[in-house]
Design a protein around this ligand. Sequence first.
Ligand code: UDP
Length: 403
Amino acid sequence: MADILEQYAEVAGADVVRHLRQLAEPLKGAKVVHVNSTREGGGVAEILRKLVPLMQALELDTTWEVVTGEAEYYQCTKGFHNALQGFPVGISQAMLAAYEATNAQNAERLRPVLEEADFVFIHDPQPAPLLHFCPGRKGKWLWRCHIDVSRPYRAVWKYLRNWVQAYDASIFSLAAFAQRLPHPQYLIAPSIDPLSEKNMDLPPEEIDEVRRRFELNPDLPLVLQVSRFDRFKDPLGVIEAYRIVKRMTPLQLVLAGGGAADDPEGAVVLEEVRRAAADDPHIRVLLLPPDAHRTINALQRAADIVFQKSTKEGFGLTVAEAMWKGKPVIGGDTGGIRLQVIDHYTGFRVRTPEGAALRTRYLLHRRDEMEAMGARARRHVRENFLVTRHLREYLALMVSIQR
Ligand code: UDP
């Protein structure tokens, strides 16, 4: 088990790993449970896939549980997601009842584990009421919010706040997301795993093979966006930006995404995207299976520029993933993208398709600048957004809250 940590010493430095071991010392044997609502799809699952084994390697007794429900539950929680990101959605009493009942049912199954745990990390709103259904809890409970709650739709936040305020603390990705809550709030930015299939180095032949598989033209500049098909990711805005660039500069666009088990709106948005792209042979809309990590890695490496034109974004792991591969990112000027894309330095932040098009054309005509930006982007991720830093902050928080 210790080996997994030693591998990180090579990428992040031996002192970083030594520091992690020191921090974990007083937490050894502690029971830690992470709870979210999907094992696959989206950033939270991506993070837990690595954070959980790393905590285990540090000898924290760590497990990952997933709450599940019926269609009405996921409709409700997708509604929460949209509302917290500022969209005024009405959520019916029936949906709220399904949300609460689903949490009560999941609590029946999870209660023995949750009540015994020393630390419970509840990720996002989907499992937030679990605390209420575990009256015999022993440990500290932390609500970890991954979404952009800078301007939540008040009616929905008021409802959720009732569940969240009973926690011992909450964790947000950015200061701009902090809320009025009666407990301490911590800021911890998410991270990527440099050794995962999504981010490891790949042989050039594998990148070529992916180009051939999706019939991409190796002689045409490639712009890419990887995202769930979700309106906040603005895939239609990406197509619009591409069309503006194309009037003057030839290029090709790939929009790659898959569904997440807890996201019921993906199919509708995918259909809108397919319709918008239908008449253009240089746009590929790829629906990928949830385990297509190497394919996404290869696409990110094959791209010249990576887009993340979100209109709301908690963090945007896809931004860090692309930057780690030395790509300049043209990202929406919002939420967690602001932490990563330093405007004119590691990429460009934009508000409109026209802005995205302008920056794309600028970079495509200045290869040197594109490479320099990409190199700065990679350095920025190495210094700030690798999983080792993320783990260190979680450990420090657990040590401080344990007392
Ligand atoms: N992702 C994936 N397959 C897809 C689309 C996305 O594996 O078809 C991954 C992507 O590489 C990233 C994560 O899912 O690691 C998405 O995280 P992000 O923070 O960008 O967005 P979220 O989906 O959490 O809003």
